[in-house]
Design a protein around this ligand. Structure first.
Ligand code: AMP
Ligand code: MG
Length: 185
């Protein structure tokens, strides 16, 4: 069974592209943030998904570890897509989304990174009223995408997984979805 990690910084459109691609593919779609939110809500730590990254790094890592176990338990029979983040931008710095103990639990076969231009991401965040998006400078957005490229290759070196980068530019959703389908089939 295959386990693929799909990641992109907030505003990259990774969840949108993935959800559309999965209409044509046979994968179980698990959103890491959903699993973490469920655990964090049960423990009375947060009321919404955008508060998780503001918790202390130690608490985030504890929830992250529990989420990895939960996902692994559900991944015995199916091909799985884990919709998550290579790094999470916290007030204490970049938190790795897949530290070694998470990689050991999940053993991914492939990482797919969704990227867009910094100015596209900036405008998407401004226009997204459904989420509490952090307002960042263009240079910070670019740095975050660079950090994700770098750390995804480190994740690949630890697991042997491949890393595929897919661009999701404005008004090109169908192309991005097409490339995601070809990558996953
Ligand atoms: P999302 O809906 O994908 O933005 O995820 C919601 C939140 O879940 C993120 O802002 C993070 O706080 C948390 N999250 C998702 N994936 C991970 C991960 N692999 N490690 C730590 N936190 C994560
Ligand atoms: Mg997402």
């Amino acid at each position: 069974m295959k386990l693929v990690v799909v990641a992109g910084i907030p505003g990259s459109g990774s969840t949108t592209v993935l959800t559309k691609a999965l209409e044509h593919l046979d994968y179980l779609h698990i959103n890491y943030g959903d699993v973490m939110l469920e655990i964090a809500e049960k423990e009375g730590l947060v009321d919404d998904r955008d508060s998780i990254r503001k918790l202390s790094p130690e608490v985030q890592k504890e929830i992250q570890r529990k989420a990895a176990k939960n996902i692994k338990e559900r991944s015995e029979q199916d091909n799985i897509i884990v919709d998550t983040h290579c790094t999470i931008k916290t007030p204490k710095g970049f938190l790795p989304g897949l530290p070694k103990w998470v990689l050991d639990e999940l053993q991914p076969d492939m990482f797919v990174l969704l990227e867009a231009d910094g100015d596209e991401i900036l405008m998407r965040r401004i226009n997204d009223t459904t989420r509490i998006r952090d307002l960042e400078k263009l240079s910070d957005i670019k740095l975050h995408q660079e950090m994700n490229r770098a750390v995804s290759m480190a994740y690949a070196a630890l697991t042997g997984a491949t890393v595929k980068i897919i661009k999701n530019h404005d008004n090109k959703l169908d192309e991005s979805v097409g490339e995601m389908i070809r990558t996953l089939q």
